[in-house]
Design a protein around this ligand. Structure first.
Ligand code: NAD
Ligand code: TDX
Length: 342
């Protein structure tokens, strides 16, 4: 890719989107490490985010620079259209979504709106303005659960939660446009992310917050569900690699390779926090709880040279160190979290 690149990031005030923006702002050495082309000129970035409960501009306060920010709902066709007309992005990286499974079980409506309709609005504007690449951030959850083995990019889509179903609908919509309209999109399906700035509704930051509040970590069911953990810096480096070197029209799994039962993840986290191994409790299981996710990520490794660097034990150390420094931020979300999990 030559010359200046104008990149529009949706959901850039969220957990993973903001990590991606921070990487774009100051990261040429990180990219060069894995052989992605060095950025000759820094890209021109703009960010669209509705700032829902999950969005927070504090994540974007970087000494590396500032970016144009639009507080906009991706479902608002008129405003999205105006942003495309003004920013003229060449690349769109679409992270914006309702992202939490438990919330989708209580109320699926915003998931259908944002994840499906919002994606449609963005595709329409991207096509009208002839963007050269549209990167859709999907999820491993579109495949559903797998007791043994791994999902490849060719595995069938069988989502189970309303969240996963809404992401699968958007993923299929992007695929339909790739085939029907030669829409220049790439789909990325990451596994469970964790790391700095994650909203404490998700297992790892919630567990840390509960420990800070002298409570216990709630473990759903019998703690036997398995997740494949991906440190967020590895994830955004993978997305950057695919953005540079991935093939248009392709799907890439992006898994962290660190498979762990929830109970083991919680115990390792308690050890990392230096607190008693007893500070957890079994609670009522999540409805329709997927037993295990596991991706086969050989395609992105073989074709593009990406693989995760951070193992779970190291990633948890980094996350705990960050959380200790950012206790006020985590605690500022406590009221919302107590309301969600009452
Ligand atoms: P997040 O909930 O932290 O952030 C989502 C961001 O999108 C927030 O800033 C929010 O304000 C914004 N947003 C929500 N609705 C919007 C709307 N209608 N218009 C504009 N902005 C809106 O989510 P995340 O964990 O950073 O996930 C980012 C993406 O990655 C999502 O698409 C998610 O499905 C996907 N993903 C996440 C994980 C994970 O483990 N967190 C794993 C795989 C894929
Ligand atoms: O309090 C809890 N106790 C618990 O045992 C919470 C919040 C979760 N869990 C379990 C449920 C899951 O098996 O931990 C596991 C991880 O849960 P979440 O952090 O809610 O993530 P998950 O449901 O696996 O989905 C995540 O990964 C895929 C993200 O939230 C999605 O956005 C992403 O697409």
């Amino acid at each position: 890719m030559k010359g200046t690149r104008r990149i529009l990031v949706t959901g850039g005030a969220g957990f993973i989107g903001s990590a991606f923006v921070r990487l774009l702002l100051g990261s040429s050495s990180v990219i060069a490490r894995r052989g992605a082309p060095k950025q000759s000129q820094p890209p021109e970035i703009s960010v669209v985010d509705k700032l829902t409960y999950a969005g927070d501009l504090k994540r974007l306060m970087s000494p590396k620079g500032t970016v144009p920010f639009y507080k906009t709902d991706i479902c608002n066709k008129k405003q999205i259209e105006a942003i495309f007309a003004k920013e003229k992005p060449q690349i769109v990286v679409h992270f914006a979504a309702e992202s939490h499974v438990d919330r989708s079980i209580s109320n699926a409506a915003p998931f259908i709106e944002t994840n499906i309709k919002g994606t449609q609005v963005l595709i329409d504007s991207a096509r009208k303005h002839k963007v050269s690449k549209f990167i859709f951030i999907s999820t491993d959850e579109v495949y559903g659960e797998i007791a043994n083995g791994k999902f490849t990019e060719n595995s069938p889509i069988r989502p189970n939660s309303p969240y996963a179903a809404s992401k699968a609908a958007a993923d299929l919509l992007v695929q339909a446009y790739i085939r029907t309209n030669k829409f220049p999109a790439i789909i990325i399906r990451p596994s469970n992310n964790y790391g700095p700035w994650q909203y404490p509704e998700k297992l790892i930051p919630l567990a840390i917050l509960r420990i800070f509040e002298q409570g216990k970590v709630p473990v759903y069911g019998r703690g036997q569900n398995v997740r494949e953990w991906l440190y967020v810096d590895d994830c955004v480096r993978g997305i950057m690699t695919i953005m540079h070197k991935g093939k248009i029209g392709q799907i890439y799994n992006l898994g962290g390779s660190c498979e762990s039962k929830n109970i083991d993840t919680v115990k390792l986290l308690l050890k990392t926090l230096g607190v008693s191994q007893e500070r957890w409790e079994f609670v009522k299981d999540r409805l329709g709880h997927d037993i295990r996710y596991r991706l086969d990520s050989r395609k992105v490794t073989r074709e593009l040279g990406w693989k995760p660097d951070v193992r779970l034990a190291q990633g948890l150390k980094l996350t705990v160190a960050w959380s200790l420094k950012h206790q006020p931020w985590l605690k500022s979300k406590l009221k919302d979290i107590n309301n969600l999990y009452k």
